[in-house]
Write a protein that binds this ligand. Structure first.
Ligand SMILES: Cc1cc2nc3c(=O)[nH]c(=O)nc-3n(C[C@H](O)[C@H](O)[C@H](O)COP(=O)(O)OP(=O)(O)OC[C@H]3O[C@@H](n4cnc5c(N)ncnc54)[C@H](O)[C@@H]3O)c2cc1C
Length: 459
């Protein structure tokens, strides 16, 4: 009997987790190929970082491939001996925040184990460049006939703003891709650094610079100047909210969350418990909001949601706070009003929300504005081909690729394609909260069950 072949394009956390679930659930006669240019499956953008200062932003006990395996990474981390190599991972409240690379190693190990099942599971170290008539072509010229293809491509590098690109394209002081393993290699210890963006990648950059003994001043700016918040310290039982009377608007949800946070505070509980429960229900909440309200959320509330929802490891928070207190790190709520090269240096004008314009001279400018998800379809040759031929399209919120409730892509005419799925953050337009590990793992598992015809997991 001919094998059924599922080809997964992109072997970061999402694509690799999908492959692992397929191998666990599938039967003999199923072949799964993961096409991923990195040498190791499971790493992707987030977990390929070799920098020891980059830590997972939730405790290890909350990182796993499936809700049924709670604590699996934490156990692996301890048993593999990785734990003993990094005492700084242990925070004083007993929680463990490993270096992100260890999580990538864990996923790669689970892939290796899954490859021992009766499903034929392989990693092809290559890049997919075209998909036509069920045939996937790679950059090196290999072709794979696929019965089903799953797109698991999520995070393009940050977009360099046009004004910066025009003024500094090719300038040695511009660090456009902060995720490049050598991104900070050319930063001298006494150099003046400006960071554009104040989210998680900025926090990574500051932690890395601090670990290298950087002595020069660092200025980070973003429109609101908001920094990612801290995780809760200590152990609390989950706070379960009542979703029966759900608001129908973004503003209604803002009011509700404020009430819930005030109520929690009155009972001596931290706001993080409220946000954690909302996050666990966020896909349901998102899908109940009409498109108009989803747009309002993105325009007015997203930056607030992001800083409360994406938190940082306490080790990273400590690095930020130490530098802020000493004055080495300055965080501004400002927009970029002007930028230009001055020989080897970079001149910047920042327009703060309050007060007079700030003029800075920097040796390095690092762009940490987050993945350019709105440019996903043009960021990759394969996705561009599929979009140009009308096989896929961007979702109306420009968060990723348009899919239906079964994660099937919708072509230009709006017809669902049962042979081409999207898994992971690129399907966020439909599902809303689909970025952090638990939700991405759950999505990968649900799509795997769908592809092998297994019953869906009941919530
Ligand atoms: C910097 C960063 C840190 C994060 N830290 C945490 C954390 O600590 N905790 C947490 O819960 N969540 C974290 N997240 C969020 C979450 O873990 C990610 O959303 C998740 O890892 C998504 O992985 P992915 O595989 O979908 O995407 P990606 O990591 O983008 O992987 C996609 C893969 O596709 C490959 N690819 C791209 N194009 C092609 C092509 N044409 N052919 C073949 N392969 C291709 C790429 O090489 C890449 O490896 C983080 C996210 C980022 C960006």
């Amino acid at each position: 009997m001919a094998e059924r072949h599922i080809v997964i394009i992109g072997g970061g956390f999402t694509g690799t987790t999908l492959a692992i679930h397929l191998a666990r659930l599938g039967e003999a006669g199923l072949a799964v190929t993961v096409i991923e240019p990195r040498a190791q499956p499971g790493q992707g953008v987030a977990y390929s970082t070799p920098d020891p200062a980059h830590r997972i932003n939730v405790p290890a006990a909350r990182m796993q491939l499936s809700a049924a395996e709670e604590g699996d990474f934490a156990r692996w981390y301890q048993q593999s001996g990785a734990d003993r190599q990094d005492p700084a991972a242990h925070w004083h409240d007993g929680k463990v925040y490993p270096q992100r690379g260890w999580f990538g190693a864990y996923v790669a190990d689970q892939f290796r184990l899954a490859a021992q099942s009766c499903v034929r599971l392989t990693h092809c170290q290559d890049r997919a460049v075209a998909l036509r008539d069920g045939l996937v072509t790679t950059a090196s010229g290999k072709t794979f006939r696929a019965d089903e293809v799953v797109l698991a491509i999520s995070h393009p590098p940050p977009a360099v703003p046009q004004s910066v690109q025009q003024a500094l394209g090719g300038h040695p002081g511009l660090i456009a891709n902060p995720w490049h393993p050598q991104a900070l290699a050319a930063v001298g210890v006494n150099e003046r650094v400006v960071i554009m963006g104040t989210g998680l990648t900025m926090a990574d950059m500051v932690a890395s610079l601090a670990a290298r003994g950087h002595r020069g001043p660092v200025t980070a700016f973003s429109r609101r100047g908001q920094l990612p918040r801290d995780n809760v310290s200590g152990d609390y039982a989950p706070r379960l909210l009542d979703y029966r009377q759900a608001p129908a608007t973004a503003r209604g949800w803002l009011r509700r969350v404020r009430q819930e946070v005030a109520q929690a505070a009155a009972e001596g509980q931290p706001w993080q418990l409220v946000l954690d429960d909302i996050r666990a229900h966020a896909q349901q909440i998102w899908q109940q909001l009409p498109l108009r309200e989803q747009r309002r959320f993105l325009r007015h509330l997203r930056s607030w949601w992001d800083v409360h929802r994406y938190r940082i490891a306490p080790q990273v928070s400590q690095a930020l706070q130490t530098w802020q207190r000493s004055g080495q790190l300055r965080v501004l709520a400002a927009r970029l009003a002007g930028v230009g090269a001055q020989g080897e240096q970079i001149a910047l004008r920042l327009g703060p929300r309050k007060g007079a314009e700030v003029c800075l001279i920097a040796d390095k400018l690092i762009v940490t504005t987050g993945p350019a998800h709105n440019a996903l379809l043009t960021s990759d040759r394969l996705l561009s081909q599929l979009a140009e031929e009308g096989i896929i399209q961007a979702d109306p919120l420009a968060l990723g690729i348009l899919v239906d409730a079964q994660s099937r892509t919708l072509n230009r005419q709006g017809t669902a394609n049962a042979h081409l799925h999207v898994v992971g953050p690129a399907a966020r337009g439909r599902f809303g909260e689909l970025m952090g590990l638990p939700q991405v793992a759950e999505h990968a598992e649900a799509v795997a069950r769908q592809l092998v015809g297994a019953a869906p997991l009941t919530p």
